[in-house]
Structure formats: C-alpha cells, structure tokens
Design a binder for this molecule. Structure first.
Ligand SMILES: O=C(O)CCC(=O)C(=O)O
Ligand SMILES: [Fe+2]
Length: 348
C-alpha cells in the first residue's frame, strides 16, 4: 500500500506563500489570530479535492496517512538544530503550513508539558547524545513501529492523571536524508494479518507501554492497557511502542511476538523518504510509524523534521479534567477557553 499523496500545483503554492512565509501574519502574533489568518488563507487557496480528502481523513474515513508535497521551505533555513528543543531561529514555514492544514481538518495544535519543555513544535533531528537510542532524536538505530504518546490515555479509558494521546501527528520535512525512511503500517492491515486469537488477546488490558524518551516525566508502574481497542465511532484503534511494551501474561507475550513478526513482512508496511516541502500526516490511533537508521554528521545539514500534534477539540477539552492531578498535562493556546498555559511556538 502506498500512502495517498497530493502534489500541490505551482499556482496553489504561490497563493499559499504569503501565509506560509508569515508575510501576512508574523509568527509572533497571538495564536488565535495566527490560526484564524492561516485558516482563511488555506480555505481560500487549497483546492476542493484536497480539502475533501483532508475532511474524510480527519473523520477517520480514509487511509490513516496522507502526504502533501511541494510546500515551500525557507531559502534561508537556519542550520539543523543540534537538539530537539525548538530553536528560536526555527523553521517558521513548517509551523505555518502545519497549522494551516490542521485547520482544514478541524484539528488544534497542542503540546505536552513533559515533552519539548512544553513547546508546540518538536525538532525531529539526530542529536549526538542520542545517536544510539531509539527515539525521535536517534539516528544510527532503527526507530521501531510506534504510536506517539502510546502510554497516554485513549478516548474512553479511565486513567486518572493521564492526558489523551494525540489524535494526529504532523511531520514537515525541512531537510531530508536519502537513507532515512519513515515507515508506516495501518491498524487494519495488522488486524487482517493476525489470527483471531491474537486480536482478542491484544484487546485485553495485559500490557504496559512506557513513555518515549522524549517525555521527561517517566511514569512508574502504569496500569496495564490493551494494545487494540474498538472505538464506537472510529472502529479498531491501536497503541504500541516497539521495545517499550511489556506483555504480562503468557498469551499476551505470544500475541506481541506475532505482532512483531508482522512488522517484518515488507509487503505489509510501507516507507517513504521525506524530502524538503513534504508534510506527512498520520492518524495516530489508526496507524503505527517508525524510521529506518541513518547516519548523522552534525554539520548543520542533517535531517530535520518539524513535528506538531493536532487533536480534535473534544480530545483537548476532555483533557481539562486531568490538568490538575497530573502526571501528564496537555497544553494549547489555540483554543481560547484553554489559553491559560504556556504560549505555543517559541515560548520562553
Ligand atoms: O523521524 C521520523 O521519520 C519519525 C519520527 C517520529 O516518529 C516522532 O518524532 O515521533
Ligand atoms: Fe513518532
């Protein structure tokens, strides 16, 4: 399966340019005003067929991945940051483009208090101190299949103190690397490939998923959760993090071993080498993603993606009840009623 891809035409790209480049709305305006301007610019200029695809995609009525190609990056893009906390001299085009596309999907950008110092955008870059690790800052190790925030709460789960996992993740490529491929596999494909008994075991709360390295708040002894669950609106959903998931029963261990075998069948998953101007959007509950190993040089020209989470308003509002007691807080200032937390872009 190849990921649905939409190539923007040169005339659309030039119409979007004032919004993406911040000419009309500099990046330091209030988030609400920025979002409004980007929404207006994108609604007016994005072709109807792409808008319709994005709507279907956000409603879960579509393959769980989407790529938009041909977006512009800064001609004077600063050197790739050496670590992932978003630099002051950031890739603002990527942030504007992501927020614009999110708005067409009725999604809102948000962050987590314990990742990226609470900043909205994460620089997915190979950090020298993390080269050998399996996280978004790694490089020499394959980043296994996972969902982002797999240890967090999924809709319908009663887990006090856990914020919701993001509904969607957006990755915009500022600089590519020919050997770094983003891998992805859909939940439906996995379920089809597995025998019924394994699907049933994966639906039981018999697993522990640890936070990714990027989350500084390491939650101890989290309650066991299922890997698969059936959402009443969106159907089958998945959470997983390869090498960070423990199965607690003999059957659960067997089911996870089988799941990991499925990851090895090359015709079941797909991969794409993201190049400058590519935006990949993933439905984080309906698909897993990862990345192949690559070599980082630390010369300012290494691979650099901007990653921002986008969730439905309902998901973010539901998080409110978890704000005060918690192990994991969700932050946004793109929804005025919730705009009491840190500002979102280059916050101090
Ligand atoms: O580098 C990639 O292509 C994937 C990164 C990733 O999975 C993440 O930052 O969550
Ligand atoms: Fe990820």
């Amino acid at each position: 399966m190849t990921v649905p891809t939409y190539e923007l035409s040169p005339s659309v790209i030039s119409k979007l340019f004032p919004y993406i480049s911040g000419k009309h709305q500099p990046i330091d305006v209030a988030p609400g005003a920025l979002m409004k301007a980007l929404t207006a610019g994108f609604q007016k200029n994005i072709p109807m067929d792409l808008t319709e695809d994005l709507r279907a995609f956000s409603l879960g009525d579509h393959e769980p991945f989407y790529i938009i190609r041909g977006l512009e990056t800064e001609t004077d893009l600063p050197p790739t940051p050496a670590e992932g906390i978003y630099p002051e001299e950031g890739a603002n085009f990527s942030i504007n483009a992501i927020i614009g596309i999110m708005s067409l999907m009725d999604l809102f950008p948000h962050a987590y208090a314990s990742e990226n110092d609470g900043k909205l955008a994460r620089a997915v870059v190979p950090a020298s101190y993390a080269a050998d690790t399996q996280g978004s800052h790694g490089s020499s190790q394959t980043l296994g299949f996972h969902s982002d925030g797999a240890f967090l709460r999924f809709e319908g789960e009663e887990r006090a103190g856990f914020a919701p996992a993001p509904d969607f993740l957006f990755m915009f490529c500022n600089r590519g690397d020919a050997s770094a491929k983003t891998t992805y596999i859909s939940c439906d494909t996995l379920i089809e490939a597995l025998p019924d008994w394994a699907v049933h075991v994966l639906l039981r709360p018999e697993f522990t998923v640890l936070p990714a390295q990027s989350f500084v708040n390491k939650i101890e002894d989290p309650s066991p959760v299922p890997i698969l669950f059936d959402h009443e609106v969106y159907g089958p959903q998945i959470r997983y993090y390869q090498n960070r998931t423990t199965a607690h029963t003999a059957e659960a261990k067997k089911a996870v071993r089988l799941l990991e075998r499925v990851f090895e069948f090359e015709d079941l998953f797909d991969e794409i080498c993201l190049m400058p101007g590519d935006m990949m959007v993933i439905n984080n509950h309906k698909a897993l993603h990862g990345r192949t190993a690559f070599e980082a040089v630390q010369d300012g020209k290494d691979r650099w993606l901007t990653r921002i989470y986008g969730s439905r308003a309902k998901t973010i509002f539901d998080a409110r009840e978890h704000f005060e007691d918690g192990s994991e807080h969700i932050w946004t200032d793109y929804i005025p009623e919730l705009a009491t937390k840190k500002p979102s872009i280059h916050n101090a």
